[in-house]
Design a binder for this molecule. Structure first.
Ligand code: GTP
Ligand code: MG
Length: 177
């Protein structure tokens, strides 16, 4: 027996502009590997993730590896690659972009139908006016309120709290084999 604990792999996914890259950058204690490129179509911002974001941190003594996915559907093959072996999922959606909620739901279904992992929905941009509250997003997704958390993805305290809640869910989940 060794007391080496393997890093826990967590995936951060969601539509374009949900805050995935921001979330990984806010949390990572090591320099983030990011693969942003100039967007080739009009997605409302200049740069977008084309392969993944990668960051690491320790939380409650557990080493975590975070993989942020691209948001654009044309990179959906990367979702499967990145989700291989994942033990948790953070599905981010921008609280001021309700037009993206259906797409977020599709991404969530796509991933959880392939890997039945514990997940939390994070509703970003809570620092801005006129955003959907997490409870309303929970209703929209048909999820229990405790599974939908509001956050400002640029705030380390918010981001760490969300991950801590996901770890709690993960510990509570029956062992997946
Ligand atoms: N005020 C505020 N801005 C945010 C928040 N989350 C993300 N942003 C901003 O929203 C923009 C888009 O965020 P990204 O992290 O690039 O989004 P993404 O999900 O990685 O997008 P793709 O890689 O294109 O799919 C950036 O300018 C962020 O600074 C938030 O909670 N509050
Ligand atoms: Mg990104």
């Amino acid at each position: 027996m060794t007391d080496f604990q393997a890093p826990l792999k967590l995936v951060v996914s969601g539509p374009v502009g949900a805050g995935k890259t921001t979330f990984v950058q806010t949390l990572s204690e090591t320099p983030v590997v990011a693969t942003e490129a100039e967007a080739s179509e009009d997605i409302g911002k200049r740069h977008t993730t084309v392969a993944f974001d990668f960051g690491t941190l320790r939380l409650d003594g557990q080493e975590l590896h975070l993989y942020g996915t691209p948001g654009q559907d044309r990179f959906s093959f990367m979702w499967e690659v990145l989700c291989e072996g994942a033990l948790g999922l953070v599905l981010l959606v921008a609280g001021d972009r309700p037009q993206d909620f259906a797409h977020a739901r599709n991404i969530l279904d796509f991933i959880t139908s392939r890997i039945p992992v514990p997940f939390l929905v994070g509703v970003t941009r809570q620092d801005l006016p006129r955003v959907w509250a997490p409870d309303d997003v929970a209703l929209y997704f048909g999820l229990p309120e405790r599974q939908v958390v509001g956050l400002n993805a640029t705030d380390p305290d918010h981001a760490r709290l969300l991950l801590a809640s996901l770890l709690e869910l993960q510990l509570a989940a029956p062992a997946l084999s």
